[in-house]
Design a binder for this molecule. Structure first.
Ligand SMILES: O=P(O)(O)OP(=O)(O)OP(=O)(O)OC[C@H]1O[C@@H](n2cnc3c(O)ncnc32)[C@H](O)[C@@H]1O
Ligand SMILES: [Mg+2]
Length: 349
C-alpha cells in the first residue's frame, strides 16, 4: 500500500517537474519556429527562384545555424547555470557560440546582398512573364521564398539606447560591447520625471519607445545619502548643478554618517505598445571631498567601498575607467540587462 502511495507521489512530482520544465522552456519553441520555417520553405522551393538561386540556400543554412545557436544558448541556460559546471565544456560552447555569431553576421550580409539587390524588379507570376516574352531567369522568384527572406532580414531589431548624456553613453557602450553589438544610441531630451527611481525610469522608457517607435533602453542614475534617508536620490542632477561637489559635501557636514550608494535603473521597452522591464544595480560607498578629474558628474566625490564593504581607496574619478566599469552601479544593472538579452537573442543576433 505504502509502496503504491510512494509511487503515485513520485509520479505527481515528476508530472509537476515536467510541466514547469515545459512552461519555463516554451520560449525556445517559439523562437525556433521562424528559422525552422526558413529551412522548410528553402528546401521545398529550392529550385524555384531563378532570379537569385542562392536565396533558398541562404534560408536553409541560416535556419540550420540559427537553430544550432539557439540550442547552445538553451543548453547553457538549462544545464550549466550552476557555477560548479563552469568548466572546459562551457568554454568550448562559448567559443562555438562566438564562431556561430560571426558566421551568422557574414551570412546576414550575404542575405542582404542577394535579397535587396532585386527588390525593385522581382516578379512572382511566371505566366505574365512568359506572355510578355521576358526571361524567367531575369525576373522570377517564388513569392513565398522571396518574401520570407525579405521579411526575415528586415525584421532584425536594433535596440536604441536613449540618453542626452555622452559620458553615460561611453560607459554603456564599453560595458555592453560584446553582449549587444547592434546597440545604437540617440540623443533625445526626455523630461526628468519625479518620484521613485523605478517609476521615473519606466516613464522615460515608455516615452522613448513612442518617440523611437522600436525597442529602447533608457537609464536613470541616482545618488542616495544614507544620513538623508536616500536624498537627493533621483534629484542629484539638480543638486549637483546648484550646489557643486563642495555643496554636496556640506549637506552631510552635520552628520557622522557619510555613507551613500549610487543606483542605476535601466529600463528596456520592446516598443510603443509594450510594458518596460527594469533592472536595478547599486554600488555602496561614501561621500568625500572631491578628488580626481572633474569629467563626469559626481564621480570625484563618490568613493566606492571595497569588496569587504570597507571604505575603498579611490573615488570613481581617480579610478581607471575599466575598473569603474567592473564595479559601478551601471555595470551591475547592465549585468542584469545582459542576462535578459541572453534569454532574448532576437534583440542580439
Ligand atoms: O538623458 P539622460 O540619460 O537622463 O541623462 P542625464 O544626464 O539626465 O542622466 P541621469 O538623470 O541619469 O543622471 C543624474 C545625474 O547623475 C550624473 N551621473 C550619472 N551617472 C553617473 C556616474 O556614473 N558617475 C557620475 N555621475 C553620474 C549625471 O551627470 C546627472 O548629473
Ligand atoms: Mg536625466
Amino acid at each position: 500500500m505504502n509502496a503504491i502511495k510512494l509511487e503515485m507521489n513520485n509520479k505527481q512530482t515528476n508530472d509537476i517537474i515536467c510541466k514547469s520544465f515545459c512552461l519555463k522552456n516554451i520560449w525556445i519553441l517559439f523562437i525556433i519556429i521562424l528559422p525552422l520555417s526558413g529551412i522548410i520553405i528553402g528546401f521545398i522551393f529550392r529550385n524555384d527562384c531563378p532570379l537569385e538561386k542562392y536565396i533558398p540556400l541562404w534560408e536553409i543554412i541560416n535556419g540550420f545555424i540559427t537553430i544550432i545557436f539557439l540550442l547552445l544558448i538553451f543548453i547553457t541556460k538549462q544545464f550549466f547555470h550552476e557555477i560548479q559546471y563552469r568548466n572546459w565544456s562551457i568554454f568550448i560552447i562559448d567559443q562555438l557560440k562566438i564562431l556561430l555569431i560571426f558566421f551568422l553576421f557574414l551570412w546576414f550580409i550575404c542575405g542582404n546582398i542577394w535579397v535587396y539587390k532585386y527588390y525593385r524588379i522581382v516578379k512572382y507570376d511566371k505566366q505574365i512573364l512568359l506572355s510578355n516574352k521576358k526571361t524567367i531567369e531575369n525576373f522570377y522568384c517564388n513569392k513565398i521564398v522571396y518574401l520570407y527572406a525579405f521579411c526575415y532580414l528586415s525584421r532584425k531589431m536594433v535596440v536604441t539606447y536613449v540618453t542626452g548624456n555622452k559620458n553615460k553613453l561611453v560607459e554603456v557602450q564599453a560595458i555592453l560591447a560584446d553582449a549587444l553589438p547592434n546597440l545604437r544610441s540617440q540623443d533625445l531630451d526626455l523630461p526628468e520625471y519625479q518620484g521613485e527611481p523605478e517609476q521615473i525610469t519606466k516613464g522615460k522608457a515608455i516615452l522613448a519607445a513612442q518617440r523611437i517607435n522600436g525597442p529602447i533602453l533608457v537609464e536613470d542614475t541616482s545618488l542616495h545619502f544614507n544620513a538623508l534617508h536616500g536624498l537627493p536620490g533621483p534629484y542629484i542632477k539638480w543638486f549637483l548643478d546648484k550646489l557643486g561637489h563642495d555643496g554636496l559635501n556640506k549637506l552631510l557636514a552635520a552628520y557622522d554618517d557619510k555613507t551613500a550608494y549610487a543606483q542605476c535603473v535601466f529600463a528596456f521597452c520592446a516598443g510603443p505598445s509594450h510594458q518596460p522591464i527594469t533592472f536595478t544595480g547599486r554600488c555602496p560607498g561614501r561621500i568625500v571631498p572631491a578628488r580626481g578629474p572633474n569629467t563626469f558628474g559626481w564621480d570625484p566625490i563618490f568613493q566606492p567601498d571595497n569588496e569587504q564593504g570597507q571604505a575603498g581607496e579611490k573615488t570613481f574619478a581617480e579610478m581607471d575607467k575599466t575598473i569603474k566599469n567592473q564595479i559601478s552601479h551601471r555595470s551591475r544593472s547592465l549585468q542584469l540587462v545582459k542576462d535578459y538579452f541572453d534569454k532574448h537573442p532576437e534583440y542580439v543576433s
